[in-house]
Design a protein around this ligand. Structure first.
Ligand SMILES: Cc1ncc(COP(=O)(O)O)c(C=O)c1O
Length: 331
């Protein structure tokens, strides 16, 4: 049986340490273990952030990383907003290229890819620092070969939760472990009570996102998705899909979408909804569960518009279509 997503790691990672106000030269080390002081800042005060991006193998044998600059920028931003030591973006850029180059031969054929996980943790051993930042940290990049996260005919069940919150509303644009841990209780309830695949967090300002993906609604020629603010993660896939959809003639409405409007629109014939994210790419949403009622989105099956947008994006990632936006970095 294939291993679960993200559980098989390349034997080495690349690491740099921040101490005495500077980053050390990056080095390859075993990815088997990490030695940390039990009083490390991250273990007590959650000074941690990470990224997720992918490298794809093209038919000509080349390996290409998708929108790496966006993930490096978001990593720098998360680190800054968590008061971790300032990230040297050119160092991280080089670390990603170097580790992918080292394991180039292990990048799976498409639709598989090499998932890249840069991570930043505060390592200062100082449990008195609950209210002040770690002055030391580790930045490392792990690699894990992955397959297709969802098969393309999947149609997800989402619990539309208008009470629970994924994370603190001013913390959503930070890709930090604590946000994922705080969302778990809602997801566990959604699975056990409603057999839902994911929770669509939808309090106050309307639809935000699920635990690990952004949300888009396609109603006729309109794509509706929340405008960027600090309450949710600014997905690289979201931006890519909106760019491609705009080129295909869709009108993109970046605005608040209440749960009531979502449910009402989901009943329109031909309406489609999807989750966007690096792991899932674009996954169709077939059912919304809201206030104990179930609503099919359109006919409840994966729709042609989502399927076509996913294909358009995949073809750029896989080197089948021209990379007219310069989204790929060849390793
Ligand atoms: C909470 C959350 N929202 C949205 C996304 C989608 O972001 P991206 O498209 O950059 O992967 C992710 C996945 O990384 C996520 O964890």
């Amino acid at each position: 049986m294939a291993k679960a997503f993200g559980t098989e790691f390349m034997p080495e990672m690349i690491i740099s340490r921040y101490a005495d106000n500077k980053w050390s030269e990056a080095e390859f080390v075993s990815s088997e273990s990490l030695t940390l002081h039990p009083g490390s800042h991250v273990l007590h005060y959650a000074s941690t952030c990470f990224e997720g991006l992918k490298a794809f193998r093209h038919a000509d044998g080349s390996v290409n990383i998708f929108r790496m600059d966006q993930n490096v920028n978001r990593f720098e931003q998360s680190s800054r907003l968590l008061a971790l030591p300032a990230v040297d973006k050119s160092l991280l850029h080089k670390m990603i290229i170097d580790i992918v180059a080292k394991f180039k031969d292990k990048v799976p054929e498409t639709p598989g890819s090499m998932y890249i996980r840069p991570t930043h943790i505060g390592t200062e051993a100082a449990i008195g620092k609950a209210a002040s930042p770690s002055l030391e940290s580790l930045m490392y990049v792990l690699l894990t070969p992955v397959g297709d996260y969802f098969s393309s005919d999947v149609s997800l069940r989402l619990l539309v939760d208008d009470i629970g919150m994924r994370c603190a509303p001013d913390n959503g644009m930070i890709k930090s472990g604590g946000n994922y841990a705080s969302a778990l209780k809602h997801m566990i309830r959604a699975k056990s009570q409603y057999n839902a695949d994911q929770v669509l967090f939808c309090s106050e300002g309307g639809v935000t996102e699920t635990g690990a993906a952004n949300f888009i609604l396609i109603d006729d020629n309109e794509i509706i998705t929340k405008a960027l603010d600090e309450s949710f993660l600014h997905g690289v896939t979201r931006d890519s899909v909106l760019t491609l959809a705009r080129e295909q003639g869709y009108s993109i409405l970046e605005r608040d979408l209440s749960a009531a409007e979502l449910i009402e629109r989901s009943q329109h014939p031909g309406c489609e909804a999807a989750l966007s994210g690096t792991a899932a790419v674009l996954a169709s949403v077939g059912t919304l569960i809201f206030h104990d009622e179930e609503y099919k989105v359109g006919n409840g099956l994966a729709g042609p518009k989502v399927t076509e947008l996913k294909k358009t994006l995949n073809e750029i990632q896989w080197g089948i279509a021209e990379d007219s936006h310069n989204w790929l970095t060849q390793v």
